[in-house]
Design a binder for this molecule. Structure first.
Ligand SMILES: [Mn+2]
Length: 448
């Protein structure tokens, strides 16, 4: 594998980490799919080296977290998929600390050892994920490609895939393919992948959202039947792989018709990443779905379950992860039912208190599909550090008008003393709590 300018860093970091192992290692990781994949890779590494560990999954690093860690008896601390923005704080721990991350580093490194693509002039936003960096370390120490699929899963979770992978992500994928661990092929990107039961696959695909099919088992069943595709052959469920070219074309046409936008329709077709060691019919066999399941674990407070799943455990751990995914879906549905949007002008506001900051983006996306009396949905949620998180989405009505949410959120949040931006159809911001009115009035003025 060609690590380019990161090669030297990986080698010396691996050396230092190996030499520092002593007693139980304290492992801290981020709660999103990439953070849990990173944790899984580290758990697998520590297990192989017979190093005991104590794991905690967190949303972000704070002063109070560092003070709690300081009171613990450990001598070695490892942070994955976070930490680069808080190096002085981590340094203040006064212990041997290792940061394995791909976010832009800020502040003095101090005593902290940092493995980060940005420090080698590489692009950590697009070319490698936290799990990717953890895997480079794993591969350096064990010379075993086994965990490469989890590096791909982390990169998919962080949306680093765009018509394929670039940079170190592409190197890792090549290794995974050459080692017979992963197969890549263009296909419909449905939940569970091409070897998962088709009706369940359609029903459980929610991004992109398929009108009348997503989260709708009767609708998914009716669609498959209307195309003359048998639901089962004998006692085996029909999968996407079983379809003839013609059946697949008919299905694709039918799905495209139900998409909310051309952009979404395009996202329905692309590469799927098959994890060949997972049995056919397992939702983990498609790495995008693996990331979806990890994400749900993290959002539902089951980060440790997700990390153990990513480390390779199955059985009871897989059952618990799937339960967490189900309860995530139920929680979301409940939140959506409880939403009472406040419509002002062309905007439907969802005030703080309805959803947590880990969920508000998803909630705003779902509501944007059903709200007819506004062009823009704005969701608010409290963050733990006293700010308001803002998630903005265009509704179906707003999609046909010339509204650029990236620009809108950047302007309005700047006026309110915050930061924001994103894409034309979906954007976000962070603003101080006391400036919510200022934020809203700028936003509404802009849309007049
Ligand atoms: Mn990440």
């Amino acid at each position: 594998m060609d690590l380019g300018p990161l090669g030297n860093q990986v080698r010396s970091f691996a050396q230092d980490l190996y030499n520092s192992f002593e007693g139980t290692v304290r492992l801290i990781s981020h709660l999103d799919a990439d953070g849990l994949s990173s944790a899984g890779i580290m758990i697998s590494l520590l297990r192989s080296l017979n190093v005991p560990f104590h794991l905690t999954i967190i949303k972000y690093i704070s002063e109070s977290l560092i003070r709690r860690l300081e009171a613990e008896p450990y001598s070695v601390y490892i942070f994955t998929d976070l930490g680069s923005g808080d190096l002085p704080l981590i340094s203040s721990l006064g212990r041997r600390a290792f940061v394995i991350d791909h976010h832009r580093p800020e502040g003095e490194t101090g005593q902290v050892r940092v493995l980060n693509p940005f420090l080698a002039g590489l692009d950590g936003d697009r070319e490698v994920s936290g799990a990717g960096v953890a895997f480079l370390l794993y591969y350096e120490m064990l010379e075993d490609p086994e965990m490469a699929p989890m590096a791909i899963t982390g990169a998919l979770g962080d949306i680093q895939e765009e018509d394929g992978f670039r940079g170190l992500n592409a190197e890792i994928l090549k290794l995974a393919v050459e080692s017979g661990l992963v197969e890549v092929k263009p296909d419909l990107r449905l939940f569970g992948g091409p070897d998962y039961p088709l009706v369940a696959s359609l029903e459980r695909t929610v991004d992109p959202f398929i009108e009348g099919v997503s989260n709708n088992s009767a609708g998914a069943l009716a669609l498959v039947e209307s195309l003359g595709i048998p639901i089962k052959v004998g006692d085996r469920w029909t999968t996407l792989s079983d379809l003839t070219e013609e059946q697949k074309r008919d299905l694709t046409n039918e799905l495209v018709k139900r998409m909310e936008s051309l952009e979404k329709a395009k996202s329905l077709i692309g590469n799927v990443y098959i994890y060949l060691k997972e049995p056919k019919g397992s939702p983990l066999r498609e790495l995008g779905s693996f990331a979806t399941i990890l994400n749900a674990c993290g959002r539902m407070g089951g980060g440790h379950v997700g990390a153990l799943l990513a480390s390779g455990l199955r059985g009871e751990i897989l059952n618990r992860a799937l339960e967490l995914q189900q309860s995530y879906k139920r929680t979301l549905a409940q939140v959506i039912r409880g939403a009472r949007p406040r419509v002002v002008g062309r905007v439907a506001f969802i005030d703080e208190g309805l959803a947590e900051d880990t969920m508000i983006g998803t909630v705003a996306s779902i509501l944007s599909r059903s709200i007819r009396e506004a062009d823009v949905v704005i969701g608010y949620a409290h963050t733990d550090d006293g700010m308001i998180k803002v998630s903005a989405r265009l509704t179906g009505r707003g999609a046909s008008k010339k509204i650029d949410l990236d620009e809108l959120l950047r302007e309005a949040s700047r006026e309110a003393g915050g930061t924001g931006g994103g894409h034309q159809m979906a954007a976000g911001a962070q603003i101080p709590r006391e400036r919510k009115r200022a934020f809203e009035s700028t936003l509404l003025k802009y849309l007049e």
